[in-house]
Design a protein around this ligand. Structure first.
Ligand code: AMP
Ligand code: MG
Length: 316
């Protein structure tokens, strides 16, 4: 399971509501502030988790029956897709274009070959039978917004691992909005709303990328998403040499950066841009974040911290 990269730091007081479930191979914790909890609290939290289930069922690369994997079987034809899948692909392709292909949702087959092919629920190893050779890229995926269709121009395996969790967090946050004061923490990708149990904006500890037991930085934020991508989160290959963020231009795991934290109004955006900045490297990554109007911190493999201009206003 993914290790947490960031966490909302507020031990719940008695009377608050807290629940954790595993979705997307990640421990997803929801904390609601309020004493006593509102009567609709448990029902809303249940519906928030149902969004994680729906997004996982739609977007999983590790389930042959997911809508994403069924789409991967249709090559050359305009295929109608659900609004959820369309939106994930729309954002993924937009970030791919603005990062000149450093971010690329067609990395699925390359990740499978690196060993990121196991379904965490049943241990089943997925292997796609697509013809070897022939480079694919995000340009081989065409969307038609009017018809809500997707056309794959070549056999390829789509991967939405860099956006799906963000999408699920945003949908869960909409479900919880009437409760006002809450935090959703999905393995270090967070959305924090309103106030913490002490009545203050939320404090968010971001893990140090090389010393898991240490905090790298502590942030203060509210009504926004904070997503962190780290090279320590998931590994595969000989002795865990490969990690899960792939540089499609180099054909291997991205090596220049240790972690990226992005603060944005939506988790979908923070999630996608964090992964994109990770692949781009520190300087180009920071420039992508600034161009996209979000704040972020890139820690390089040499432990240098490179932040966007407005990031320091969030430091505790
Ligand atoms: P995150 O933890 O948000 O950085 O997302 C990492 C996930 O994004 C990986 O587990 C893959 O599913 C996916 N991914 C890896 N490399 C790329 C890439 N270059 N472009 C888009 N998605 C990627
Ligand atoms: Mg991401």
């Amino acid at each position: 399971m993914q290790s947490p990269a960031g966490a909302a730091q507020a031990p719940p007081r008695a009377g608050g509501f807290q629940r954790s479930e595993i979705w997307m191979d990640t421990l997803v914790s929801i904390q609601i502030v309020g004493d006593p909890p509102r009567p609709d609290c448990a029902e809303r939290v249940k519906r928030a988790y149902a969004w994680f289930e729906r997004v996982e069922k739609t977007c999983s690369r590790f389930d042959a029956e997911s809508e994403l994997m069924r789409l991967s079987g249709h090559v050359g034809a305009a295929t109608p897709v659900s609004p959820m899948l369309f939106e994930c692909l729309r954002v993924a392709l937009a970030v791919a274009a603005s990062s000149q292909g450093a971010f690329d949702p067609t990395v699925g087959f390359a990740l499978e070959r690196l060993g990121f092919n196991q379904n965490y629920r049943d241990g089943h190893k997925h292997s796609s039978s697509i013809p070897p050779g022939g480079r694919v890229s995000f340009r081989d995926v065409r969307l038609d917004a009017a018809r809500q269709t997707v056309t794959l121009r070549k056999p390829l395996v789509l991967d939405l691992g860099a956006v799906a969790k963000g999408m699920a967090i945003d949908l869960a946050a909409i479900e919880l909005q009437p409760l006002r004061n809450f935090a959703i923490d999905a393995g270090g990708d967070l959305y924090v709303s309103g106030r913490n149990p002490q009545g203050n904006p939320w404090r968010i500890g971001i893990q140090h990328p090389r010393r898991p037991e240490h905090l790298g930085v502590c942030l203060i934020a509210s009504d926004c998403a904070v997503c962190t991508s780290g090279d320590y989160e998931r590994t595969a290959g000989r002795g865990g040499a490969d990690h899960h963020i792939f540089d499609p231009r180099m054909g291997r795991s991205a090596g220049a950066v240790a972690s990226v934290t992005v603060i944005a109004p939506s988790a979908l955006l923070a999630d996608a841009l964090g992964t994109a900045a990770f692949v781009l490297g520190s300087k180009r990554g920071r420039s992508l974040l600034e161009r996209s109007g979000v704040e972020g911190l890139v820690i390089t493999a040499e432990q240098q911290a490179i932040a966007t201009r407005g990031f320091c206003q969030f430091l505790a």
